[in-house]
Design a protein around this ligand. Structure first.
Ligand code: UGY
Ligand code: MN
Length: 253
């Protein structure tokens, strides 16, 4: 049935909700047998980009001049970097530091989410090295004292990293314990289940497949609704001095 111009997607100054019915595919430079749905980027006000890449069997990602984080939603990707090779399956992920030459090809039809961010170095701290792992190998921790809300930190909690990517799983009925307002921006991909997301002054029903961008200090709260847990993958910038986000100010701290 025609949806007569209706959608849950919404674009506001401090947040954007994108639902799959509004996704439009594009091809990014260097992609071969691969298309992207770009969810966020500088054109939206974000200081990173996140896109979902759909690979044909044998499809390939292009190069990037930034750091890259790849999380496999389904399928199998072969990563070649530093003279070695690794296979990433469902929930497998890789962090590739800025400037590391690498190749990402699909060994079957695959879907992955890709985050890229220009690295903000710190004096006398070495930039991070590459990481290849799987979410299944990371142990979860309760958020605060709420064991019905569990978080996995997919990147080490170290000053070297200028961003974090976490998975969060809410049991049905679990919610954030507070409305959060913070300097970090977020890119969020709903992976399973659903619930209600408060963003700014709006409350949205959200479900697996949806993407949300939250600007710095966007009021945010989530409660899981339904009979299955809700799970999302969330990006946030981290570990850098607040003034370093403003062009022309001190970026060395
Ligand atoms: O890490 C976070 O800021 C996270 N708790 N935010 C969120 O889930 N919206
Ligand atoms: Mn947050």
């Amino acid at each position: 049935m025609h949806n007569l111009g209706q959608t849950r997607s919404a674009q506001k100054d401090n947040h954007v909700l994108l639902t799959p019915d509004t996704f439009v595919r594009t091809v990014l430079p260097g992609m071969n047998g691969c298309t992207a749905v770009v969810h966020t980027g500088p054109a939206m006000g974000a200081k990173f980009t996140e896109y979902t890449a759909a690979f044909e069997d044998g499809g390939e990602l292009g190069q990037t001049s930034a750091q890259r984080f790849i999380y496999v939603l389904n399928g199998e990707l072969k990563l070649e970097a530093d003279g070695s090779e690794a296979d990433l399956n469902d929930r497998g992920y890789a962090y590739l530091p800025q400037g590391l030459p690498h190749r990402v090809t699909a060994t079957r039809v695959s879907l992955a989410t890709v985050i890229e961010k220009t690295y903000q170095p710190l004096p006398s701290i070495e930039p991070p090295s590459a990481i290849v792992s799987s979410e299944d190998a990371v142990s979860s921790q309760a958020l605060g004292d709420d064991s019905s809300l569990r978080v996995k930190l997919l990147l080490p909690d170290l000053m070297q990293f200028d961003f974090a990517v976490n998975s969060m799983v809410y049991q049905p009925g679990a919610s954030l314990s507070q409305v959060e307002m913070h300097i970090m921006e977020h890119g969020l991909l709903m992976l399973e289940g659903g619930g209600i997301y408060r963003l700014g002054d709006s409350w949205y029903p959200v479900t697996a497949g949806d993407f949300i961008w939250m600007a710095p200090w966007c009021p945010q709260w989530f409660g899981a609704i339904g009979k299955v847990p809700a799970k999302y993958l969330i990006y946030k910038d981290a570990n850098r001095y607040p003034l370093s986000a403003t062009p022309g100010t001190d970026s060395s701290r």
